[in-house]
Design a protein around this ligand. Structure first.
Ligand code: BDR
Ligand code: CA
Length: 312
């Protein structure tokens, strides 16, 4: 089994990623840590609890993380995810369980100390991870794999012409993690995640096959569907984060290449991933950049796991 920490900012697509992980027997979630991104970290922790409650998995601990990026002012993505971060779905607050007393960075340290084979899936800004690597660099030798949804190689950005949100939100953290991780970062960027679209047809299929899950996903994605139509005239919504989980389950889903990557921390291109695919700089490889994804096979895995059926 993969022993996994999921660091996230739930977030609509974060919830879908969490659901996929919860429904995958190969994955043991040791803890869910939140970071300010789509919504502030404390609200994200409440949303993680809502998702765990829906999945009947409130036994999994949730830890609140960094409230602010390392250096920059914090800019949320509530225009995309709704003020509540869950598409203004009105899902009631969980009152029976609270987030844990210790914070995300302490939990990450504890976990890396106690386990020798941890996989970290980061689907929000990298603030918690950067702080942890700064404070406890040697513990990170127990991280066997680090998968990060963020950045982009050839695809345009989603919050500037060149930058993807998670790295744009805290570029200093992203750059720190690329340079201090002891394992190359598997970068699940917009080149691949933009291809993953939840369409009304697929959603209706989920609702017909498994109304409880279908109604939950419909409730949290309605706002997201409207946003995509308004912004991009796309029917359906791009769901970025679940691909990071699916890639752990099956690495043959995506193709990519190894390279040195740095993140721009200043100026107009702030948050941009500069990926030295031609090896101009001859710096050590610190990333594996995903460029291609088998979208059909992703959807097959996603639906199999969520509702036990997969042929809409
Ligand atoms: C990423 O930013 C967030 O809005 C999503 O949850 C995803 O992690 C996509 O750029
Ligand atoms: Ca996210």
């Amino acid at each position: 089994k993969y022993q996994v920490i999921i660091d996230c900012d739930p977030g609509i697509d974060d919830c879908l990623a969490l659901l996929l992980a919860l429904k995958s027997p190969e994955i043991e979630i040791l803890g869910i840590t939140t970071v300010s991104g789509n919504v502030p970290a404390a609200l994200g922790a409440q949303n993680a609890l809502k998702l765990l409650n829906f999945a009947h998995k409130l036994n999994i601990p949730v830890y609140r993380g960094s409230e602010f990026p390392l250096k920059r002012d914090y800019v949320s993505a509530q225009d995309t995810h709704g003020m509540d971060g869950l598409g203004e779905s009105g899902i009631p607050q969980v009152t029976s369980v609270s987030p844990q007393a210790i914070d995300a960075v302490s939990f990450i340290k504890q976990t890396l100390t106690a386990n020798s084979n941890v996989t970290v899936i980061a689907i929000g800004p990298l603030t918690n991870l950067a702080k942890s690597m700064k404070q406890n660099p040697t513990e990170w030798k127990h991280c066997r794999d680090l998968i990060s949804m963020g950045g982009t190689f050839k695809s345009p950005g989603n919050c500037s012409p060149v930058a993807e949100y998670n790295y744009w939100c805290d570029p200093d953290a992203a750059d720190y993690v690329f340079h201090h991780s002891l394992v190359p970062i598997k970068m699940v960027g917009l080149d691949v995640t933009r291809k993953i679209v939840l369409t009304p047809n697929i959603l209706e299929y989920i609702r017909q096959k498994e109304p409880r899950t279908g109604n939950f996903i419909t409730a949290i994605t309605r706002f997201y569907f409207d946003f995509h139509w308004r912004q991009e005239k796309v029917i359906g919504c791009v769901i970025n984060d679940p691909l990071a989980v699916a890639y752990l389950l099956d690495s043959t889903l995506c193709q990519g290449f190894s390279a040195y990557t740095t993140v721009e921390t200043n100026g107009k291109a702030i948050g941009q991933t500069i990926i030295d695919s031609q090896n101009f700089w001859q710096r050590p490889v610190n990333s594996f950049i995903l460029t291609k994804v088998d979208t059909q096979r992703f959807m097959h895995i996603f639906l199999q796991r969520l509702i036990g059926a997969a042929d809409p």
